[in-house]
Structure formats: C-alpha cells, structure tokens
Design a binder for this molecule. Structure first.
Ligand SMILES: [Zn+2]
Length: 418
C-alpha cells in the first residue's frame, strides 16, 4: 500500500496589538529587503559571468541563497532581529521564481517595490525542539484560539480551531486592511480519519479554448472531432451537388447519416466517461448556469453547438444525484471570470482574449479559467451555506506517495471567506 500525506491549509483572521503589528511589518520589510538584495547580487553575478566572463555559470539555489543571507546579516545587523525562517522562506520564493525563469515558464524575477509589487506577508517555518514537555514546535496552538508563532509571540485568532495536525508553516498576511494567518498542516493517516474525504470539492469553468477547467488547475480537453467533421462536411457538399431524390442522392444521404450518427456516438461516449470520472472523484461540484440560447445567437454559435455543454452538464447533474454527490449551479450573472479570487475585486477591463491577467488591486496573477473555476467553487459553497473542510486536490509525489490537499472553506457574512 502506498503512503499517504494529508496537507491542510487553514486561513483565519486575527487582530494584532500595536506592538505585534510593528513586529510583523518589521519582519515583512526585512524579508522583502533580503529578497531584493539576493536578487540584486544574483543579477550582478550573472552579468559578471555573461559580460566579462568572470567566474563560473551558476544557478540560484538553496546553497547560494543561504550564503548570501549569511553575508547580508553581517553587513546589515538589523536582520539578526528578524525571524530567520521567514527570511529563508523569502529567498525560497526567489529560488522558485528563478526555476520558472530557467524553465522558460515565466519572465525574469522582479524586484519587490513598495508601490507596484509590494510584499504584505511573511511565511514562518516550524522548527521543532525539545523541552521538558517533549518535542514541541515553535509554531503551535496554546489553546483553541491562541497560536504561538516563533519569535513573534502569541496571536489570538477570531475563530476557534481544533485541528491536531502537525503544523508545517504559517503565513501571516495583510490583506485589504485585515490580518490573516494561513496555517499549513500535515495530518498523518490516523488523524485523517477525523475528516471526511469522500471526494474533491471543485468548481468547473467551461470554455472554448480549454473545454473544462477545474479549480485545482486540471484541464479536460474537448473531444477530437476533426476527422468526423471533415467527413460530414464532405458528404454534405456532395449531397448539395446531386439531384434531390435520385439514387446517387439517396446513397450519399445514407453515408452522411452514418457519419452524423458516428459523431453523436463519439460525443456521447466521451461525455459519459468525463461525467462519470468527475462524479467518481468529486464530492461537491459547482458549475455555471449557461445561457446557451443567448450564446448560440452570438458569434460563438458554431463551437457551442459542437461542444454541447448543456448535454454534459445534464449528465454530471444526474450522475451526481445517482452517486450522492452535491451538484450546484451558480447564477448566470455571477462575474466568475472578472472577479479576482484573491481579493474579490471585479476587473471590469478584463478583455475576452486575456488568458492571464494581473489583478490591478492586489497584483495577484491569474490564469483566467482557473481563477473563474475557483470563484465558481466559492460561490457554490456560499450559495449552499456550507462551512466545510474541503479536499481541493490530490496527487502523487515523486516517491509515489499520495498527497491530499485540504482547505478550510468557511463563510462568514462579514469577512467573506476565511
Ligand atoms: Zn485582487
């Protein structure tokens, strides 16, 4: 049997006192400083190698950033007062940015600027050490609403939690005028029994470029009908050139019908397969209510006809009922694409063709369909008034170990999603 790991992310609001807030901003600014300085040195070294052929070609990795942080601490003694795990998390983010750059997935890493690209969070890693009580983590719950966070001290969160998983890290962030802590837990298999993991909680966005996009980023392609459509078009044209009712006309019509039947079969099979798989893996499914009639009138008509989303949605719906899953369709007018999933702002300037966009308000970068799918999931949960621990994704890691990702989706009228 393969090993399993369960990862749970929980986000909850807290109100720091003046002293604590000062401390938080000090650490946030220190980690932004370290990020920028490390980036500056890396660019400097790259240029030495590139332009003057001095030194060896190098890659930004852990060993390299650790060396730089050590040197920085010597030159800028104030860094000694910052939490060292948050400085490391900050340079780890730079390593991630460089990895994307090396793989040509993203552009070169950019400097964090106060105005355009500000840092408003720190991530603290949990270190464990031995005390009289045994092995305890630097980040740990003192009571159901008091969390101890390393050097920073104690924070009191707004909602009580009693999750017994091992805390891996905590991100403290300032978002739209409020402070939140996001805690990442690892649950062992026995503990996991305390939660139900009947299946994933997903929002699904339907689109023309990517047929179905899930809130966890997975994509399902549309059926490949190129060849069949070509045959249908061919016999259609042939039929038009024949005398109606003649024997050749009848023969061609028979062939045309055969290909149309074939197309229906392929599409049906594909839809049954997809809908079965979705319902099998998902406990909660949220989708949009499509205004198919309105869409057919517009210029999208051909693709909509071909894809036949309506039929697929119906299949998911009845299968969900059959297998005891929850299926929700959200309001047709809900602005799933234009809403920023992170801060909730509506981006009215978002064009139809923009596949990736940056939120003008909070600067989060979104992949269009994934952002929409996440909004659909949240809206679906809100509409049903659910307050649940959701399994949002699972995948095997490189050692073949399954990792399950949970998020606490909890709705509070005043603070939105926490
Ligand atoms: Zn935003």
């Amino acid at each position: 049997m393969c090993d399993k790991t369960f990862i749970l992310t929980d986000k909850v609001e807290f109100v720091p006192d003046e002293e604590m807030e000062k401390e938080l901003w000090f650490n946030i600014n220190a980690s932004a400083f370290v990020y920028n300085k490390t980036l500056e040195y890396s660019i400097y070294r790259e240029n030495l190698v590139k332009e003057f052929a001095i030194g060896n070609k190098f890659k930004v990795n852990r060993t390299y950033t650790q060396k730089i942080v050590k040197t920085l601490k010597k030159h800028y003694p104030f860094l000694e007062d910052a939490d060292s795990t948050c400085l490391q998390a900050s340079t780890d983010r730079l390593i991630k940015a460089y990895e994307g750059y090396y793989d040509h997935r993203t552009g070169a890493p950019r400097f964090k600027k106060r105005k355009k690209n500000p840092v408003t969070s720190i991530t603290l890693r949990n270190n464990f050490y031995d005390t009289k009580e045994g092995n305890v983590g630097a980040i740990r719950w003192l009571s159901e609403n008091e969390l101890r966070v390393t050097k920073l001290g104690k924070i009191t969160v707004k909602h009580r939690r009693h999750i017994k998983g091992k805390i891996k890290e905590a991100t403290l962030k300032y978002e739209n005028g409020r402070w939140y802590v996001c805690i990442v837990y690892e649950l062992d298999e026995n503990r996991h029994g305390e939660f139900s993991y009947g299946g994933l909680y997903v929002g699904i966005d339907v689109g023309i470029t990517d047929f179905l996009t899930f809130s966890n980023g997975k994509v399902i392609a549309k059926p490949d009908l190129k060849k069949i459509n070509g045959r249908i078009q061919y016999y259609q044209q042939k039929l038009d050139g024949k005398k109606e009712g003649g024997s050749n006309w009848k023969k061609t019509l028979k062939k045309l019908h055969k290909w149309i039947r074939k197309k229906n079969n392929v599409v049906n099979d594909y839809y049954h397969k997809i809908s079965y798989n979705i319902v099998k893996h998902c406990q909660f499914i949220a989708m949009e209510t499509l205004n198919i009639r309105g869409m057919i009138k517009g210029n999208l008509s051909r693709s909509i006809h071909e894809i036949g989303w309506g039929k697929l949605i119906e299949m998911i719906k009845y299968k969900a009922e059959l297998y005891g899953r929850e299926f929700v369709q959200i309001d047709r007018w809900f602005p799933s694409s234009k809403k920023c999933h992170v801060c909730g702002e509506i981006n009215h300037d978002l064009g139809r063709e923009e596949r990736e966009w940056e939120c003008p308000h909070c600067h989060a970068v979104h992949q269009r369909d994934v952002n929409a799918a996440k909004n659909i999931l949240d809206e679906g949960l809100r509409a049903t008034g659910s307050m649940v621990l959701c399994l949002v994704d699972f995948m095997p890691n490189s050692q073949g170990k399954s990792i399950y990702y949970y998020e606490w989706k909890c709705f509070d009228e005043k603070i939105g999603m926490a």
